[in-house]
Write a protein that binds this ligand. Structure first.
Ligand code: ADP
Ligand code: MG
Length: 326
């Protein structure tokens, strides 16, 4: 898991905000110091955290424009225990202002975050549904990109445009930018097309597709109307368990990468046996394990996911993605 993760997909309604809010809450539940940045003028992540977007004195707009430092614009979100940099429609004006700047307009967020980066274990950025200057700022500030996707026919089409943008940002401004993973959202296993698209994703992106699948779940849809992450609306729901499982999968991957790096430093060694026990790529993946596991307490999140992530194919598929699609 990288420190700064942009949650991006230029399509609207694919689950970016739902993922940003609920993954942030799940990571905070594992005691990670978590910052959620709302970078969408719709302010849905802000409202989903129970913060009134009409009452924001300082937020991501002011931070982007350098009118406020990030630290003093943060709001603490309880009971989730995470920090929020809030947003509302003022962000649209901020984007217009950015566009008129001659130099450095892509690096505003990165520069603003620099002083607070080390105060957090993870920073999630909820991007707007467009490949605009706000999203570019997020991608330049980020270490990695998490792409939520609904497994439907046009999903893959949009994905190539997004991957091309990521590649451009890597070349121009942020070479270390990685693909954190592709997350299948609102998944309905009874839908044949969803299963086909899911299989295609795995074929193209291998282990970059998260094993955890987010099911379509009514609790996830209704939690924002209570201004709470689903974990504090119905913690036993499939939606809550799925996002806990996703947090667990990301933490586990990070541990494995660290171990692999340590082994690499010591010289070649055999791969240790993994604790894998659940079916891979099944609907609900880790969430199913979570439901039957030792408990559903938030603090157990890191322990309940029994999938492993091994190799990381990275960006090898970007160039040939369209060709394979055709
Ligand atoms: P985006 O931020 O990409 O536009 P949202 O996260 O706002 O997408 O999701 C779009 C709509 O779908 C919202 O009404 C949200 O509550 C709903 N939704 C998102 N994920 C799920 C899910 N897994 N199950 C049911 N509804 C969902
Ligand atoms: Mg959104």
């Amino acid at each position: 898991m990288k420190r700064v993760i942009a949650i991006a997909n230029q399509k609207g309604g694919v689950g970016k905000t739902t993922t940003a809010v609920n993954l942030a809450a799940s990571l905070a539940a594992t005691k990670r110091r978590t910052l959620l940045i709302d970078l969408d003028p719709q302010g849905n992540a802000t409202m989903g955290c129970g913060v009134d977007k009409a009452q924001i004195a300082r937020g991501s707009c002011e931070a982007l424009l350098g009118e406020s430092d990030v630290a003093s614009a943060l709001v603490t979100v309880e009971p989730a225990g995470l920090s929020l940099l809030a947003a509302n429609q003022d962000l649209t004006a901020a984007e217009v202002r950015l566009l008129t700047m001659i130099a450095g307009r892509e690096i505003k967020l990165r520069a603003a975050l620099k002083p607070v980066r080390d105060n957090f274990d993870v920073i999630l950025i909820d991007c707007p549904p467009a490949l605009n200057m706000l999203t570019v700022n997020a991608l330049v500030a980020a270490d990695s990109v998490l792409i939520p996707m609904q497994c439907e026919y046009y999903a893959l089409e949009g994905l190539s445009a997004l991957l091309a943008t990521i590649e451009q940002i890597r070349t121009a401004a942020n070479p270390p930018l990685e693909l954190e993973g592709i997350l299948r959202t609102m998944f309905d296993p009874r839908n044949n097309l969803a299963n086909e698209v899911s299989a295609q994703l795995i074929q193209h992106f291998g282990d970059k597709v998260f094993r955890t699948i987010i099911p379509r779940n009514i609790r996830l849809a209704e939690a924002p109307s209570f201004g709470r992450p689903v974990l504090f609306h119905d913690k036993e729901s499939r939606g809550a368990l799925a996002y806990l499982a996703l947090a667990g999968e990301m933490i586990r991957r990070e541990d494995e990468e660290r171990e692999a790096a340590a082994r690499g430093a010591e010289g070649p060694a055999s791969t240790p046996a993994s604790s894998e026990s659940g079916p891979t790529h099944s609907v609900n993946g880790g969430a199913a394990d979570a439901a039957t596991g030792s408990g559903t307490e938030a603090a157990d999140a890191a322990g309940v996911v029994t999938t492993t992530a091994d190799g990381t194919p990275g960006f090898a598929m970007i160039g040939d993605h369209d060709a394979k699609e055709a």
